[in-house]
Each structure stands twice: as structure tokens, then as C-alpha cells.
Design a protein around this ligand. Structure first.
Ligand code: TXA
Ligand code: MG
Length: 337
């Protein structure tokens, strides 16, 4: 057993994690997207601990992770054919389906909605945990509410310290941004959150166009203005505007980083360069660790050039946009709107 933090054991001991879940305790575990903070999905008091530890409002529903699509009928009713069309090729994988919920799902999991989000994660540790637990694990990303999702076990330990009972270490998450959420509960499929499975791939599988819902209701995940935010502010600009923006920020006394796939010429030497790889999957894989790095380097503002909005670029752009939105503290004090 490795110790990442004096009080937080990191272990691949799935059997111990299963024991803790059965006892109503919380376990952080790796998935291919980001780390999750899990509880037994049928145990309402265990699930309510997730909200307490994360500081998450109770009306934000959780995703139930299951070991295989065959278990869907325990969690959902009226499962439409489109769900199976998507589950077959993309589960295990970074896709969450919103379906009408079965009465066995506790209200605390769904925020009392009549729907439930379900996915089969594509990570050997997560799958072995689910297989051995023989049930559903309700889990949001293992970060404090509104913050950047963790893509390494060390990030989870940094977020929660000794508040967590157990962290299963499965290394770095392969995809690096959260699952795509597709609502199939109202008839036509709608993307509620772009993610690891692209819109183009979904449309090809379903043979219909799949719109993206853009509204500000709680049901639209991650719509809260502080979602996915590091402590540093994020400013998105075109590559031709980087220098002007950087100079303005330096003049106002900020510690500035530029996060870009392009080498920006003529950046003043005091500016921190945070490189991002050129391919979209690599960019997604690195994104959250890079934002955490900016915080670790005490950067005030990260100036970044968003990727093209196709394929995985849509999800990366979405996360950067949300990270650049106004912060809870600004909203409470009436600033930053
Ligand atoms: O990749 C992922 O999806 C990760 C890993 C751990 O599986 N999980 C994750 O969970 O990102 P979370 O809680 O951070 O984001 C899930 C989003 C929430 O914003 C929530 O609003 C939405 O899913 N959601 C869950 N159930 C829903 C439902 N019934 N209707 C609409 N949205 C739902
Ligand atoms: Mg989250």
C-alpha cells in the first residue's frame, strides 16, 4: 500500500473498497474519464454523505455506475431502443444515458427527478469494483463542488485530505474529461453535456441529428457558472489576441500563464507557458492537470486559445467556457456577472 498523504491510503485493494461501500462509506475510484466519489446507490444515507463532502447542492443529481448494460432494468424503466443502440458500442465507455428512473432509485441520487443518469465506466479498476460490489455506485466527479475534476488519485487526496475513507488508485484517467450525457427520457436524444463520446459519433450511431441543450436549468449538467473552475481565472481569446490580453493583465499586476497548443511568439519572459498537446484527445487528457498546475504555480489568470469546436474540441471548449464563467464568490457579492 502506497501512502500519498499521511492519512489517506492509496491502494488497489478492491475488496476493501467493496467492504466499505457495503458499510455505507465513501470510496473514490478511477474511471476512464475522471475519478469518481462513490457510494452504494441504494443506500440513501451513504449517498447523502457525497453531497456533504463535496459541498454539492442536493438538487444536482448523481450518475449511477453499473457493471453492464444488462443491469439497466434494475435502475430504469421504459428503456427506449436508442439506449441499447448507444449502450452496445459505447459501454463500457464515456457515455451517460438519462432514462426514466425505476422506483428502486433513491430520491437523493436523482435530486427527486423522475429520471436517472447511468453509465458503465471503461476502467479495469472501476469495472472490477462494480463486479465485486454487485450493485450500482452513485458517483459524481471526486472534487469539491464547482472545481476541476480529478484525473489522478493525488488530485483526489489534494481535494479532500482525510475526509475520505478510501481512494483506489488506478493511475491517470485516459480520457481526462467527463462523460457525454445524452438525455433519452423525453423522446428525441439531446446532449446535456458534451464529453468523451463526440456528437458526430453519436449521430452516426443513431442516424439522427443530436442537438445540444443550452439552458441554465439544474437539469443541464455543469451549467452552474463555477463549474470546472481552478482558482486561477481563465480568459479565452483568439491566438492573435494573446499578446494584447497578456500585456493588459501584466499591467494590472497579475501573474499570468498562457495555455496553448501553439507556441506564442514574443511572450514576455515573466509569463508562464503551459503547453497543451496538439491533438484533441491529448488535449482533453491533459486539460485538468494543466489547470491544477496553474493553481500550484499561483497563477492569477490563464489566457488560453480554445480548440476548434468539432469532435472532442466541443467538450474541451465547453469546460474552458464554464471555467471562465463568474465565480460563486463573485455572484454572492454581486460582482463578476
Ligand atoms: O465522466 C463522468 O461522468 C464522471 C465519472 C465519475 O463517471 N462523473 C461526473 O459526475 O462527471 P458529476 O456529478 O460531476 O456530473 C454529472 C452530471 C451532473 O452535472 C448532473 O447534473 C447530471 O450529470 N445528471 C445526473 N443525473 C441526471 C439526470 N437525471 N438528469 C439530468 N442530468 C443529470
Ligand atoms: Mg463534476
Amino acid at each position: 500500500m502506497k501512502l500519498l498523504h499521511s492519512t489517506v491510503p492509496i491502494s488497489s485493494d478492491v475488496a476493501r473498497a467493496v467492504e466499505l461501500l457495503r458499510a455505507g462509506r465513501l470510496v473514490a475510484f478511477p474511471t476512464e474519464t475522471v475519478y469518481g466519489l462513490g457510494a452504494d446507490a441504494t443506500n440513501a444515507s451513504a449517498v447523502s454523505k457525497i453531497f456533504a463532502v463535496k459541498g454539492r447542492p442536493p438538487d444536482h443529481p448523481l450518475i449511477v455506475h453499473i457493471p453492464r448494460a444488462e443491469d439497466l432494468s434494475f435502475w430504469a424503466i421504459d428503456v427506449p431502443p436508442a439506449a441499447l443502440v448507444l449502450a452496445r458500442p459505447f459501454w463500457p465507455g464515456p457515455l451517460t444515458l438519462i432514462l426514466r428512473r425505476h422506483s428502486s432509485v433513491p430520491n437523493v441520487v436523482t435530486g427527486s427527478l423522475d429520471t436517472v443518469g447511468i453509465r458503465v465506466p471503461d476502467h479495469p479498476v472501476a469495472l472490477s469494483l462494480l463486479e465485486q460490489f454487485k450493485g450500482g455506485i452513485a458517483a459524481p466527479s471526486a472534487n469539491r463542488f464547482g472545481r476541476v475534476s480529478p484525473t489522478e488519485a493525488a488530485h483526489v487526496a489534494d481535494e479532500f485530505g482525510d475526509l475520505l475513507d478510501f481512494i483506489l488508485d488506478g493511475g491517470r484517467c485516459r480520457v481526462g474529461i467527463e462523460s457525454t450525457i445524452v438525455d433519452l427520457s423525453t423522446g428525441d436524444p439531446i446532449i446535456l453535456r458534451p464529453g468523451g463520446i463526440t456528437r458526430e459519433i453519436l449521430e452516426e450511431a443513431l442516424n439522427v441529428s443530436v442537438p445540444i441543450r443550452r439552458d441554465d436549468s439544474v437539469r443541464s449538467p455543469g451549467q452552474h457558472p463555477t463549474h470546472y473552475a481552478p482558482r486561477a481565472r481563465i480568459i479565452m481569446v483568439q491566438s492573435t489576441e494573446v499578446i494584447v490580453q497578456v500585456e493588459r493583465l501584466l499591467d494590472s499586476g497579475c501573474r499570468v500563464a498562457v495555455m496553448s497548443e501553439y507556441p506564442i511568439e514574443a511572450l514576455p519572459p515573466c509569463v508562464i507557458r503551459i503547453p497543451l498537446s496538439g491533438t484533441l484527445p491529448e488535449m482533453a487528457h491533459q486539460l485538468y492537470a494543466r489547470l491544477r498546475l496553474a493553481d500550484a504555480m499561483n497563477v492569477d489568470v490563464v489566457v488560453t486559445v480554445p480548440p476548434p469546436i468539432s469532435g472532442l474540441g466541443l467538450a474541451i471548449d465547453d469546460r474552458l467556457r464554464r471555467a471562465s464563467g463568474p465565480r460563486i464568490s463573485d455572484i454572492r457579492t454581486g460582482q463578476g456577472q
